[in-house]
Design a protein around this ligand. Structure first.
Ligand code: SF4
Length: 198
């Protein structure tokens, strides 16, 4: 039986060759598979690869973590090598050259890859970055929606029998808040990061 690294390599080859989303074939530079520890404690899921990662030739990782470090410094600390970083969709969606949100059909097309990454890497914690990513994944990863429609998800811990899901804000969402709110957010996130072991 293939070990986790071999399974991730096989999956990455499928992602790189994927042509399921017609519109993304026009605007992506390449499909970017997830990357990181093959038996991760913490998986980080953004809504698509960071453009810096897309510009390279490796998996998602360094560019994404550098961008997230503004609001989550723990991600670039000593635990960095223990993380697994991936996108809800594996191609950067653009309209007129500008990055846009993934469409519902693109999220559905690509979810199989993320589901497989979770099965292989068996994370204990999944950080879902941003409101849209979080709402989509909570619908997908729980048989019954674990929250009421419209209520705030941020920094709550949603227990699935196999892992815990924690929605976190994007750096852009944090930057729009007053300084006092930013500090309160960072304090809560720091406490959660300790629980996660990062
Ligand atoms: S977003 Fe996902 S499903 Fe769509 S083309 Fe890219 S890799 Fe394939």
């Amino acid at each position: 039986m293939e070990d986790a690294l071999e399974q991730l390599d096989t999956l990455a080859a499928r992602v790189r060759a994927c042509t399921r989303c017609d519109d993304l074939l026009e605007c992506r530079r390449r499909a970017v598979p997830g990357g990181g520890h093959p038996h991760t404690q913490v998986m980080v899921v953004t809504w698509c690869p960071d453009e810096a990662d897309e510009a390279g030739d490796g998996p998602a990782g360094a560019g994404t973590l550098e961008r997230l470090a503004a609001s989550m410094p723990a991600l670039t600390g000593p635990a960095r090598d223990q993380l697994y970083v991936t996108g809800l969709i594996k191609c950067v969606p653009r309209t007129g050259g500008v990055v846009r949100a993934p469409r519902a059909d693109e999220q559905e097309h690509c979810f199989e890859y993320l589901s497989r990454e979770i099965s292989i890497t068996t994370p204990h914690w999944i950080l879902t970055v941003g409101e849209e990513t979080s709402r989509f994944l909570l619908r997908k990863l729980f048989r019954d929606l674990p929250h009421r429609e419209g209520e705030s998800l941020e920094l709550r811990v949603f227990d699935n029998p196999a892992f815990k899901v924690v929605p976190v804000a994007t750096p852009e969402e944090i930057a729009e808040r007053e300084a006092r709110e930013q500090k309160a957010y960072r304090d809560r996130l720091r406490a959660l990061a300790q629980r996660m072991g990062i």
